[in-house]
Design a protein around this ligand. Structure first.
Ligand code: 0X9
Ligand code: ZN
Length: 751
């Protein structure tokens, strides 16, 4: 596969002239019946010129050398075939998806279909009418055709320039319909949870939210009525073409790479920076609201979290570059936690492509506010902008925690973040140290106020322990050793000099972090795969000894198992094939009844290309029908030795009698073969806590270290004494009393 330098590519496509749709008759929906969606392998500049002359539109997120999506009219398919360009048909008939909105169900529910312009406006007005105490609607300017650009203001307290604010919008690009839904979904969530969720009321009381679901109303209307793939605004350009790409019209870096000076081009930047009333209105609004600290410009598609810069490969100066990185990683994680969907993150220039005159560059570079674009679902050209209505709700759901997090962060004087995941399991008898970071972007810490508060007994009081300052904004918290009878809960708190108390999680102690105490892990299934277990092995999946073959890219297969000779592997004699669809190795059922917190461990030797091209998955099922992905390659993998691989499968496997494991090879594209999966030594284990009666400090021994606590636990009920006292309740009557003492003495190890 060709991988040209990104620069060549953009100089090239920005210089092309006639990309956009042929002029389309107004007000009559363009009929895509019989038009095909194709993916063309563009190898050279000449290929691209040729393709442009044959295709009706090149609407994809990627246009240039490499795989490029094209819409081809039925009567031009023969020309495409004759052209010598290599291509594959992604969609045989674009008619149905492009006209889907014209046949919407009259009985639409919430979030199960897209809203047209009038419906979006009605939606925000209805919200404001329902909760005038929380929202109001106002126009922040007008479009080139004179339509209002509406913004919803949301807050639990009166609008006030001294409060921090955030500004989020959708539909700068008309055809990216999911972006309007994402903004409306956030607005709706804030309003509907203000009364019940203390995190939301805290947030809304301290901040002003400005949410504009549709900032390109003319283009959006046009995409509904006339041409589904419309991107730009609706300016009538000199020469008769329509539209300026609003996201190339902002002043920072205007006129550079990844934009076009040709009016008919889909990346037309306009005659001058802020030539368009829409971008003027948006930028004036930001200038007029210096309290706006965070900005989100939603786009689709691609599943990306991106930040400045787009016009240059230079990064924002420190500490901002690290802050963007931290916020981006955090949002990525929050998105993935909802439905498991991965959004790649990084600066615009290197993560998607060079693009100049974009909003995020100006909002950060000129205005110094933290600015992001999230490219929402889907990931690829099919379904592209025509994300099926069934995916509206999951897309909005998965993006909600990320945008709430950004809002929390930007409107707090101080903020907590964590170097690694907070511990979900504490090992009995061992102190747990938690690394904490306190960011002070918008305030400073009141001396001595940074603390962790914890309790090991849900009925007891929280014990406050100061955080240990280790410099550079980093702190350490210590959860003292405890035993299996504890149910640890903890949270972090800090106060700013200005007097704002910030907790993590928000609204603690109504919300707290929890952990389980464990004494160890128990391997209840273990298979060295030295003999064939009769797992299903379609296509080139097989059991046996790998022969060290393959390695066209990456390394070759191994020559034996991790232990013993044999493995389950995809093609024991070499690489996977080009163009392979998904092929699954599936285990026989494994009994996990009575097992909790189940984890899968196995050894792998895997070669697979980057997931833009080739895929490998680990899936788990508890019925053999519904499969959950527990791992997929996020990057190219080229193992040259055996690697231990662990996956948390508790959500699917815990206490289930028939758990199936599945390794998938594919789907893969048509170039670059790797050695694929080799799998050996599969285990399932669970975490457990074996209560050792009398072992108060959880060190596995019953000795003097525990003796001192017996006295403190006497005079129960246990919950009223100290956390962990249940360990002395030998009789199991929920009370530690003198009757338990003789049993305690009997187990005493001395020491
Ligand atoms: O090209 C764009 O404007 C965005 N991608 S899209 O496919 N939705 O058109 C990327 C925007 C990146 N942001 C900036 N260039 N500032
Ligand atoms: Zn866009």
């Amino acid at each position: 596969m060709l991988r040209p330098s990104i620069l060549t590519l953009f100089v090239l496509f920005a210089s092309l002239t006639s990309f956009c749709a042929a002029a389309v008759p107004a007000a009559q929906p363009f009929d895509f019946s019989g038009y095909k969606g194709v993916l063309v392998e563009v190898r050279t500049e000449a290929d691209l010129v040729l393709l442009s002359s044959i295709s009706h539109d090149l609407p994809g997120c990627h246009v240039g050398v490499g795989p490029t999506e094209a819409v081809v009219a039925p009567d031009r398919m023969a020309d495409l075939q004759r052209s010598g360009l290599s291509f594959k048909v992604l969609s045989e008939d674009l008619g149905p998806v492009m006209s889907r909105h014209l046949h919407r169900s009259p009985t639409r529910g919430d979030w199960d279909d897209y809203l047209d312009l009038d419906e979006i406006i009605a939606f925000i007005n209805d919200l404001a009418a329902a909760r005038p105490d929380l929202c109001s609607v106002s126009s922040i300017g007008t479009s080139i055709e004179g339509r209002d650009i509406w913004a919803l203001h949301l807050s639990g307290t009166p609008e006030d320039p001294s409060k921090p604010a955030v500004f989020y919008h959708g539909l700068q690009h008309a055809r990216e319909w999911i972006t309007g839904s994402a903004v409306l979904y956030l607005a709706n969530h804030l309003v509907n949870n203000y009364d019940s969720d203390p995190c939301i009321s805290d947030l809304m009381d301290r901040a002003d939210f400005y949410l504009a679901p549709c900032v390109n109303p003319d283009g959006y209307l046009h995409s509904w009525t006339t041409y589904r793939l419309w991107r730009k605004n609706r300016r009538l350009n000199p020469g008769g073409s329509y539209g300026v790409d609003l996201n190339r019209n902002w002043a920072e870096g205007w006129g550079g790479l990844g934009s076009s000076g040709t009016p008919s081009h889909y990346l037309y930047r306009g005659p001058s920076p802020f030539s368009e009333p829409e971008t003027t209105a948006l930028s004036d609004f930001i200038i007029d609201h210096p309290n706006i600290r965070a900005y989100m410009d939603y786009h689709s598609y691609g599943q990306l979290i991106i930040w400045p810069y787009g016009y240059t490969s230079a990064l924002p100066p420190e500490p901002d570059a690290s802050t963007f990185d931290m916020l981006g990683s955090r949002m990525q994680r929050l998105i993935q936690d909802v439905h498991g969907v991965y959004y790649r993150q990084g600066p615009v220039y290197t993560t998607i492509y060079p693009a100049s005159g974009g909003s995020v560059d100006w909002v950060y570079g000129n205005q110094d506010r933290f600015s992001f674009t999230i490219e929402l679902r889907p990931k690829t050209a099919v379904p592209g902008f025509e994300l099926p209505p069934e995916e509206i709700l999951p897309t909005c759901e998965e993006n909600l925690p990320a945008i709430l997090y950004l809002s929390e962060w930007a409107t707090s004087d101080l903020s907590f973040s964590f170097h690694s995941d907070l511990p979900e399991r504490l090992t009995a008898g061992i102190d747990t140290i938690i690394e904490v970071n306190i960011g002070a972007e918008y305030g400073s810490i009141q001396a001595g106020s940074a603390a962790m508060l914890y309790r090991y007994d849900v009925a007891g009081p929280f014990i406050e322990t100061p955080l240990l300052d280790v410099g550079g904004g980093s702190y350490q918290a210590l959860l003292p050793a405890t035993n299996c009878t504890s149910t640890p809960e903890f949270y972090f708190s800090v106060t700013s000099v200005a007097g704002q108390q910030i907790t993590s999680p928000c609204a603690a102690p109504s919300n707290v972090y929890t952990a389980d105490v464990v004494t160890g892990r128990n391997t209840f299934f273990s298979d060295t795969l030295d003999a064939d277990r009769g797992w299903t092995t379609p296509a080139l999946w097989a059991f046996g000894q790998p022969t060290g073959g393959g390695g066209e890219y990456g390394g070759p297969d191994p020559t034996s198992g991790h232990t013993g000779d044999n493995v389950y592997g995809y093609n024991l004699d070499g690489d996977y094939e080009n163009g392979l669809p998904e092929r699954h190795l599936t285990s026989t059922p494994i009994d996990c009844t009575g097992r909790f917190d189940v984890q899968l461990g196995f050894w792998r030797w895997l070669g697979v290309e980057h997931p833009s091209y080739d895929h490998a998955y680990v899936r788990v099922s508890n019925n053999g029908t519904d499969w959950t992905v527990v791992w997929q390659n996020r990057d190219r993998v080229a193992d040259t030795s055996w690697v231990f691989h662990e996956a948390d499968i508790s959500a699917i496997a815990d206490d289930q009698p028939t758990v199936f494991l599945r390794w998938t090879m594919g789907a893969v594209d048509t170039a670059r073969r790797y050695c694929g999966w080799n799998i050996d030594d599969v285990t399932l284990f669970s975490y457990e806590c074996q209560v050792v009666r009398g072992d108060y400090n959880g060190d596995g021994l019953v000795n003097l270290g525990d003796f001192a606590f017996f006295g403190e636990c006497l005079g129960g009920p246990d919950s009223a004494a100290r956390p962990g006292c249940g360990v002395f309740d030998f009789q199991g009557d929920d009370d530690v009393d003198l009757d338990d003492f003789s049993a305690f003495q009997a187990t005493f190890d001395g020491g």
